[in-house]
Every structure is written in C-alpha cells, then in structure tokens.
Design a protein around this ligand. Structure first.
Ligand code: SF4
Length: 293
C-alpha cells in the first residue's frame, strides 16, 4: 500500500526537495513552568533541549543562515521549511512570533514555516497571523496531542484534555491557509492498538492534514524514567513497533501526510528502548513490508 510521507508531499508541491531547518526560540513551556499544568509531561526532559547550546544567543536569522550554510556545504540544493521546534513556540505574544517568522521569511530559500506548540497556547489573533503568512507561503501548525484519550492524557500529565485540542484544531482549521499536523506518541502506558488506531481516526476526522508519530522513548531525567526503573512502564522493541505501524498504516492511508514514523532520540539521554538497528534501517524494513499490504 501507499502512504504519503512529508518528503513526498513537499517534493510534489514544490517540484524540488525541501528540508526542515530547526529554529529555536527558547520560549520555554507553560506546562513545565507550572503556570497551567503540573511540571511538564512525564515523557519530556529538559535535558533533551539543553543539548542545543550551539544555538543559545543566536538570532533567528543567524540560526537559519547557519543551517542553510551547513546543508549547502553538503551539496543540498533544495529549499527549506523553517521549523520552530523547541518547547512551546507560541508561548509568547503574537508580536514576538511575528518578528521571528518574518526574519525566517527574509530568506529566499525558506519556502515555508512550521510552528510546533501545545493546543492551549493558540489564541485567535495568532492563528490569524499564521493564516496571513499561509496565504503567501506554506504554513504548518504542529499541535501536540499524543493521545486522543483523556485517561491517557491524564496519566502522562499532558496538562490539557482532548476537548482543548479539539477546540484548537477546529479553530485553526477554520483558517483557509493553514496546514495542520498532530503529534501522537505510540505505545503510551495503558493503550492498546485499538486506542492508538482510534486516536488516528479522530484526528483525521477532525481535519488534521498530517500526523507526526513516534514510539514511546524513555528519556533520562523524566518522570517516566522513574516508572520504567520500577517496572511500571514498558517500551516496544523495533519488531513490535514495526508490526504496530503496519497495523496502523491502512488507517492512515494516503489521506494523512506522515511527517515522521519513528522517534530519533539516541545516545546518553535515551534509557529505552535501545534498538539494535538505525532509524534508516527500520524505515527500510517498514517500507519494504508496506509493499505487501
Ligand atoms: S512535551 Fe512539550 S508540552 Fe509537554 S512539557 Fe515538554 S515542552 Fe511542554
């Protein structure tokens, strides 16, 4: 069977390859700061962000310049989507994100923008601004949900419920020029295949254009690390995750643009699962098996 990957979608849209270029605003996350939640999601680690020291103090302009230069040196000739990736990128007023986005759009090679955030940080005036940008260049709004089930959202301490996400997605969806992507984690505690399939069906029905999937990883310093060490939480080995994705792929079909299939955290910060194959090898097996569905 066929699926629509983000890379293919971009190539078909633009006629040339496009890569995402991470940009860090370091705005923090309201949920981690106890303003609206209780100290952050249980799978989230501050230390994963502390690896970004190279970017501290760099303006958006300089981060993008640096990123483009690196790709060009490697011979990449395509375009870029400036990807506001870290923490909650709308945890600011609209003026602040406006300045950041406009700096990014100052680069001819930046053919689009992607902003990642929480559903409880999306005021209407900001959505209107994003929509205006989307009328000129491709604009993706990536909203973290992780699961469409309230029992899971409570268990992982997301700090918002499903209704909050639904409201944000529908408000964003009423704007004509926004592409919407929903982040989901597969393998969260207490969820079976049916629950995960249901989450995908729900976000598809609500009008999300894309999904970004990854398997649950236990990262050093998180609440989930404690649970894992006490044997209260389990993770998927790569064979189990492969079978899970093959089960979910027909539900995803070609209607949802898949931004990511599998997580990438590695090295010192990753407690589990430690797979004995690379992400590229995993994807090769996965695409091979997809052909037979
Ligand atoms: S996963 Fe995102 S929303 Fe949750 S605590 Fe971390 S930065 Fe905040």
């Amino acid at each position: 069977m066929k699926v629509l990957t983000f890379a293919r979608f971009l190539r078909e849209r633009f006629g040339f390859p496009v890569k995402k270029l991470p940009v860090h605003l370091f705005l923090g996350c309201p949920h981690r700061e106890n303003r609206i939640g209780k100290g952050g999601c249980y799978y989230c680690s501050n230390s994963s962000f502390s690896q970004l020291t190279d970017y501290y103090g760099l303006s958006v302009e300089n981060q993008i310049k640096k990123g483009i230069d690196t790709y060009r040196r490697k011979g990449f000739e395509g375009g870029f989507i400036a990807y506001f990736q870290t923490y909650t990128n709308t945890y600011c007023d609209t003026e602040e994100i406006r300045k950041a986005v406009e700096q990014a759009l100052g680069f001819e090679d930046v053919v689009g923008i992607s902003v990642s955030t929480r559903p409880d940080c999306l005021p209407d005036d900001m959505l209107d601004f994003f929509d205006g940008i989307g009328s000129k260049r491709m604009f993706w709004l990536e909203i973290g949900l992780q699961s469409a089930h309230n029992k899971t959202l409570e268990l992982i301490n997301r700090g918002h419920n499903f209704a909050c996400f639904e409201d944000a997605l529908l408000r964003a969806g009423r704007r004509e020029n926004l592409f919407l992507c929903t982040h989901l984690i597969l393998g969260l505690p207490g969820e079976d295949r049916g629950d995960m399939a249901e989450s995908i069906r729900i976000v598809k029905k609500l009008g999300s254009h894309g999904i970004k999937l990854h398997h649950l990883q236990i990262i050093r310093g998180t609440e989930f690390e404690k649970w894992y060490r006490k044997g209260q939480i389990s993770v998927l080995d790569w064979q189990e995750y492969l079978e899970l994705l093959l089960y979910l792929a027909p539900i995803i079909g070609e209607d949802l643009i898949v931004h990511r299939w599998v997580a990438e955290a590695q090295g010192e910060l990753l407690i589990a699962p430690k797979w004995d194959i690379t992400k590229q090898e995993f994807l090769k097996y996965f695409y091979e098996r997809l052909k037979s569905i």
